[in-house]
Ligand binder design. Structure first.
Ligand SMILES: Nc1ncnc2c1ncn2[C@@H]1O[C@H](COP(=O)(O)OP(=O)(O)O)[C@@H](O)[C@H]1O
Ligand SMILES: [Mg+2]
Length: 353
């Protein structure tokens, strides 16, 4: 690795290199020189075939945030002015280390939920005037729920491995929610909501907090930034907070909408986004959680019906269990929709909207 590191513009001589963090996708290392610390990562290029496009997205987004004064990652350039180097199956790239930062797997309290949401709100509002047409789709149609539904229907009709009889009820539910799958995509097509940059992995362990102050430092893990609507992140951020550790659980009683978490997250998010969000987008905030829970349901159940071709499974019904989890959450969101809408109105009115 020292040979690889020599190809980057580092300040000072390297004194240590060690594995770092709890990431699940990249191989991450902390690299220290006498002057400075860096994070270097091997990223699996088979997950992201368009490496140049991906790194270009990150460069555009981080530069834009820097120009707006929003704290963000800084890419370490190579000595020949590139943003990464190729290493066999992987590519290798670095960032300045965010000093005194810490990431949490679970947020300990509502105050931290609010702060994580502020982080994403700051990220989205800082990017609200970027030229989205320059950002490439590293995973095309990632949140295109209309296409996801079409793909799901084809698998249901083909029933390739004969599992349809095991999940009739789940399939019926997802078919009955068909109109939801056009909600965000159509609003984007019609221009009722604006095209904007989406993070696409808005989990809490992708937010760095300042160890000393407890305030949010910045949003990390920008590999999946793409065009879309920030509502995808708002919905997915809350969906993952509601699901918590129960993604693979069969105890569906645990999957409930937590109105306190919703209030804390929305309040933090909106405090940053109040001037960068239109009325239609506000209206769709609670629906975005529903759409993302249903999108994941379509993906998990579709994969179950397709013989587990995409997601790694530990046992034969793993994808069915995951789909049931997301469906249970979707049903609970529907049950609480009036309350979520009322709460949204109350919070946004605090900010004069
Ligand atoms: N620039 C950075 N400064 C400090 N810590 C970082 C930085 N980038 C990543 N990390 C740490 O490394 C972990 C994994 O990095 P991440 O980019 O999220 O990779 P993965 O895709 O594997 O989740 C993060 O959760 C965080 O703890
Ligand atoms: Mg991560």
């Amino acid at each position: 690795m020292k040979e690889l590191l020599k190809r980057f513009e580092l300040e000072g001589d390297i004194v240590s290199v060690e594995p770092y963090g709890n990431g699940h996708i990249n191989k991450t290392f902390l690299v220290k020189t006498l002057q400075k610390s860096y994070i270097f990562q091997f990223v699996n290029a088979s997950v992201f075939p368009d490496v140049a496009g991906l790194m270009n997205n990150i460069a555009l987004v981080t530069k834009h945030l820097q120009s707006r004064g929003v704290p963000t990652l800084h890419v370490v350039p190579t000595k020949d002015g590139q943003t990464y180097v190729n290493v066999g199956e992987d590519f290798f790239r670095g960032y300045d280390f965010i000093e005194n930062s810490v990431c949490y797997e679970k947020l300990p309290n509502l105050d931290m939920v609010r702060k994580a949401a502020e982080g994403f709100g700051q990220f989205h509002s800082g990017l609200s005037d970027i030229d989205v047409s320059k950002i490439v789709d590293v995973i095309p149609d990632f949140h295109n729920t209309r296409k996801r539904y079409e793909a799901f229907c084809s698998i249901v009709l083909a029933n390739p491995v004969g599992r349809l009889s095991e999940c009739k009820e789940e399939v019926d539910f997802l078919v009955s929610r068909q109109k939801d799958y056009s909600m965000l995509v159509e609003a984007l097509d019609k221009g009722e909501i604006r095209a904007s940059v989406t993070h696409n992995d808005p989990k809490i362990n992708n937010v760095a907090f300042d160890k000393k102050t407890g305030e949010v430092a910045c949003v990390l893990d920008l590999d999946t930034v793409m065009g879309g609507t920030f509502l995808y992140d708002f919905g997915d951020g809350l969906r993952s907070l509601f699901t918590g550790d129960n993604e693979d659980s069969t105890d569906l009683e645990k999957l409930v909408v937590d109105l306190d978490i919703y209030e804390a997250y929305l309040d933090g998010y909106f405090s940053m986004m109040k001037d960068s969000i239109n009325d239609k987008e506000i209206e769709l905030l609670p629906y975005s959680i529903l759409v993302i829970a249903e999108e994941l349901s379509l993906r998990f159940l579709g994969d179950f019906l397709n013989g587990d071709a995409y997601f790694h499974v530990d046992y034969p019904t793993h994808n069915l269990v995951r789909a049931r989890t997301q469906i249970a959450l979707a049903k609970d969101i529907l049950k609480h929709m009036d309350e979520l809408q009322a709460l949204t109105k109350r919070i946004v009115s605090k900010y004069g909207r």
